[in-house]
Design a protein around this ligand. Structure first.
Ligand SMILES: Cc1ncc(COP(=O)(O)O)c(C=O)c1O
Length: 379
């Protein structure tokens, strides 16, 4: 019996062909032909004002912290149910994450809990579009405007998803994407910083280019380039960008395939939800999603038992985030801005099923059948 893997990074066409083109270009470092092509694709499809290719979503989040001048004691509101980079990018610049609970239906930050967490030190709200399903952005933007806070979208998982028809990544002042191999569209390791607030455009390039005005030099706008600001080596190599461009060109096809996997799981697992043995993901009306993930929520520690059971059946499933407010470093470096019932519950009870474009209908049926069998019910 073959193992059904949790993830197989997608590889379609032209990824390696593009890389061989670099021999002729003789440009392997950042900001070459393919970086520009990827950037244009992102601007066109996400409708953001600028898209800078960087080596990870983590790098893009760190750039956000620098751009909004995070300093010792500044507070940033965000969910605790997220990847460590969402918080660490700000903590590494002296900021303090203030964690707010999530909504049980979407696992996204609960907008009704945000205001109570705002203080004089708050600088920004960082939202995470979990599983590629949008946060409810209208109330969040309203709160941010009232309190003069920046909104940053951690859209690591959300390429080509929408909120009320608007692409995710085009709504906040800044947004970040991940092109890690676990994401829908990837280049091994990679990311992008998306800019919607014009005021960040020029400085973001300086921060990307090690704190220098090299971009102006490349455009013949200054005679020499020099050290002008904070920064680091955040750019994406052309080798990765060449691979990525091929993936971006096929992004809609990849998304359609993942979406069909999501839909099939959703249909087949309905009965278990009706019998109240699991809860399936809820996709609110305002969200158009990209099939990044299919997860189930279990009661009473069934999740861990099922992971073990499916492993014996050669089906790889995984849990997800350990909530950051409960982590070793999180306890030292962050604050909790609301109750955390939902975060604690989801952290202990969410299970992710295999999701990738190589998954066949037969594989999906095998997974679902085993989940029914585990629950002692026939499909
Ligand atoms: C919500 C979120 N933010 C940030 C990241 C970090 O992405 P990267 O690995 O590209 O740095 C991840 C990674 O999975 C993530 O899930």
């Amino acid at each position: 019996m073959k193992t059904i893997k949790f993830n197989i990074p997608s590889l379609l066409k032209d990824e390696y062909k593009n890389i061989t083109r670099l021999r002729a270009n003789l440009h392997y470092s950042a900001n070459g032909e393919f970086t520009n092509k990827c950037s244009e694709w992102l601007k066109k499809n996400i409708k953001c004002k600028e898209a800078l290719l960087v080596h990870s979503c983590t790098a893009a989040l760190e750039m956000c912290a620098l751009l909004i001048n995070i300093k010792e004691g500044d507070e940033i509101i965000m969910p605790s149910y997220t990847f460590v980079s969402t918080a660490n990018a700000f903590v590494s610049k002296g900021g303090t994450p203030v964690f707010v609970d999530i909504d049980l239906n979407t696992c996204n930050i609960d907008p009704s809990k945000i205001e109570q967490a705002i203080s004089k030190k708050t600088k920004a709200i960082v939202v995470v579009h979990y599983a590629g399903v949008s946060c409810d952005m209208d109330p969040i933007i309203k709160i941010a405007k009232q309190h003069k806070l920046y909104v940053i979208e951690d859209a690591a998982q959300a390429i080509l998803s929408t909120y009320k028809g608007k692409p995710l990544g085009s709504i906040g002042d800044l947004a970040t994407l991940s092109f890690h191999e676990t994401k829908n569209i990837h280049c091994g390791e990679g990311g992008a910083l998306l800019i919607n607030n014009q005021k960040f455009k020029e400085r973001a390039k300086i921060i990307r280019d090690k704190g220098t005005n090299r971009d102006l030099f490349n455009q013949n706008m200054v005679k020499k380039y020099t050290w002008v600001d904070y920064g680091s080596s955040y750019g994406l190599s052309e080798i990765n960008a060449a691979f990525l461009y091929s993936q971006l060109k096929q992004a809609k096809k990849i998304t359609r395939k993942r979406f069909s996997v999501f839909k099939l799981y959703h249909k087949l697992l309905e009965n278990l939800e009706i019998k109240k043995l699991i809860k399936r993901p809820t996709v609110p009306k305002y969200a158009g999603h990209n099939g990044h993930m299919y997860y189930l929520i279990f009661k009473d520690n069934q999740r861990n038992k099922l992971i073990k059971y499916l492993k014996q059946k050669k089906i790889n499933t995984v849990f997800h985030y350990i909530s950051l407010h409960n982590s070793l470093f999180g306890r030292l470096k962050s604050k909790v801005g609301s109750t955390m019932y939902n975060t604690n519950f989801i952290s202990n009870s969410l299970l992710r099923l295999p999701m990738h474009i190589k998954l066949s209908k037969k594989d999906i049926l095998r997974c679902v059948n085993e989940i029914y069998y585990f629950n002692k019910i026939n499909l």
